[in-house]
Design a protein around this ligand. Structure first.
Ligand code: AMP
Ligand code: MG
Length: 329
């Protein structure tokens, strides 16, 4: 409590605090303080048109950030907060445009982590918090990942437990009708749709390049969530995703591995147990960082099924990590 309370006072004074959440670790700053938010972009090396999620400690604080609370927004907050759901709403004027990358909307989340909730509550302000990694590198799911990326660049790193979920929240845009999922997460469009009793669509950009056969030609579709256009989650090593029937994938990975080892390259493999999607989400970023620490030259990753909602969310990250470098077998 003492450490959280110290961290909260650092936030109040305009400092930067990295903190655990159930999705990934976040890098927080007072969302209402433009200078503090500017420091977050600087510490992460993040492009300034990539907006941040604003974190609150109780659902009723949503009204501080948005003037328009539709019944559907209230239902989502009731059903899924605290939890891995980020809701895009119209923003109030008080929310500085540096937080929202110049958009007239704001992304809001109430994280399911007692440390995060206590920190936000004690700071007394909403907390802008992107993932606590250097921009472009895999998201941090352990305190040691945050230390590796941000030690010396931020004021406080709160060490908590490993992130329970391991991939970022689902981002749903509630300013359009029907609502649209801009970033997939463990809460799928179907789950959200059932809760609000209306259809929820997937941003067509999510069905683009590499994501199975869905929309091979849709590489031109412009993502609505600005963050989605950047290089993301990338390990230092070259990475290739092998997609297809399980048995063939295993064989192809084996073949590519020995072929590359013969020419002197160090090869790492990411092959999750079949259908263990939740576990894959939990381990994915940590595996990328582990393999980078082992200084492998090439990472071969087996694709998961896109048909499973969590599998789809992990594949969204895996494809970006690999720069959409896919071998189909
Ligand atoms: P991160 O902060 O790394 O968890 O990423 C936050 C994600 O939410 C990024 O992909 C942003 O582009 C997206 N995001 C944040 N605010 C908005 C907004 N107002 N409209 C659309 N997407 C947003
Ligand atoms: Mg991020």
């Amino acid at each position: 409590m003492e450490k959280i309370s110290h961290a909260a006072s650092v936030l109040r004074r305009g400092g930067l605090v990295a903190f655990p959440t159930e999705t990934v670790y976040g890098l927080g700053a007072n969302a209402l303080d433009e200078k503090a938010v500017a420091k977050v972009y600087e510490a992460k090396g993040r492009p300034s048109d990539n907006p941040m999620i604003v974190h609150i400690s109780r659902a009723s604080d949503i009204g501080m950030l948005t003037p328009t609370l539709s019944p559907a927004i209230v239902k989502l907050a009731d059903n899924f907060w605290p939890g891995p759901l980020t809701i895009i709403c119209k923003k109030r004027e008080e929310v500085p445009s540096i937080v929202t990358g110049g958009l007239d909307t704001v992304a809001i989340r109430l994280p399911d982590s007692s440390i995060a909730i206590e920190l936000i509550k004690l700071s007394g302000v909403p907390i802008a918090g992107p993932s606590a990694n250097l921009s472009g590198s895999p998201s941090p799911t352990k305190a040691e990942h945050v230390i590796a990326d941000l030690d010396g660049r931020v004021d406080v790193i709160l060490k908590g437990p490993d992130s329970r979920i391991g991939i970022e929240s689902t981002v749903v845009d509630m300013t359009v009708s029907p609502p649209v999922v801009l970033r997939p997460g463990v809460l799928t469009a179907d789950i959200l749709s059932a809760a609000i009793d209306e259809p929820v669509e997937l941003d067509p950009a999510l069905l683009g390049r590499g994501s199975s056969d869905e929309a091979e030609d849709s590489a031109e579709i412009i993502p609505k969530s600005p963050g989605m256009k950047y290089k993301h989650y990338a390990p230092t090593a070259e990475m290739v995703v092998v997609e297809g029937q399980r048995k063939r994938v295993t064989e192809e990975i084996k073949r590519l591995k020995s072929m590359n080892e013969r020419i002197g390259r160090k090869v790492g493999v990411i092959l999750f147990e079949e259908k263990e999607y939740v576990e894959a989400a939990h381990d994915f970023y940590a595996r990328l960082r582990e393999l980078d620490d082992e200084k492998v030259d090439l990472i071969l990753a087996g694709a998961l099924s896109y048909k499973d909602g969590v599998g789809f969310a992990v594949m969204n990250r895996m494809m970006k990590s690999a720069g959409h470098n896919v071998v189909k077998v």
